[in-house]
Design a protein around this ligand. Sequence first.
Ligand code: NDP
Length: 324
Amino acid sequence: MRNVIIIGSGPAGYTAAIYAARANLNPLLLASSVEAGGELMNTTEVENYPGFPEGIQGPELMTKFQEQAERFGTEVILDDVTEVSLEGEVKTVKTGYSGDFEAASVIVATGSAYRKLGLADEERLSGRGISWCATCDGFFFKQKTIAVVGGGDSAMEEATFLTRFASKVYVIHRKDTLRASKIMQDRAFANDKIEFIWNSEVVGISGENAVDGVTLKSTVDGTESHLELGGLFVAIGNDPRTHLFHGQLELTKDGTIAVDGRSSRTNLPGVFAAGDVIDPTYRQAVTAAASGTVAALDAEHFLASLEQEANHNPEIAAAVAASV
Ligand code: NDP
């Protein structure tokens, strides 16, 4: 049985691994087989992670996180977790291809997933002109007129990045003010290739085999209009990735995993959560990393308390000895 299994390989997961490994807990980190490294793998320049005054590419930063975790003895497996059983003293984590693992504690750092518009044609045209990742797919939109939906930092970042390829980028936003930080707004406003379409929602996507346009609905007077497009990027935020834990871990009204105060303790003893999956507000790489630290320290204290209990209770000691 392992001391601690960490599920997730973004800044929270890897930072938890660095701390747990340095505490000699020999953590096992289960990174996803497809989305290993988390959201920063889809980012270009990260300018706000402390310690990198010149900025650093997102994937490079995540490689450094992984190297640092492995340097202290973290075992990293690239596989998807398919099922968990977190109640009771022995936690079980099942994976797609690498078998089942048992641990005395689990740190959940599964992050969040791209939010979808929820339109009928969205799935059908996904990968055929609809994308959630400008850095992954921007190259395919050379000299096209495209749009980005959203008014946050992601939308501004994607729109600005996409002007490297596209001839024109509309930003479609449902309000008349942006949620994005001032610096990101200013960058987008200053870019000649970007045009804002305010107070508008995308209510339909057209195209037989590939996106050829969208139907917009005014959030002011409800009128509809058609906009011809060669591509659509959706950048409307993320939802916490909690589907594996439904029925076991308590969630908040925001859909994040509920934790006790400033700690990472969930409703189940020995189960801790960190990063975007507990954070509806800040969701920065650096806050996720800090949250991973908290989880590793909480797990360390929990394991120490188990050991102490075992020292005072021969029955528990026998159970622990049998499980190792
Ligand atoms: P946000 O939640 O900040 O913004 C989401 C945007 O999408 C909002 O403008 C919101 O509108 C809009 N939106 C949400 N749902 C819908 C919908 N169904 N239809 C239409 N529009 C919708 O998410 P982001 O991904 O932009 O950012 C997440 C976090 O990551 C933030 O903390 C951000 O600062 C950070 N980030 C930082 C970056 C950087 O510093 N380089 C880059 C990217 C992200 P409304 O405003 O009306 O709610």
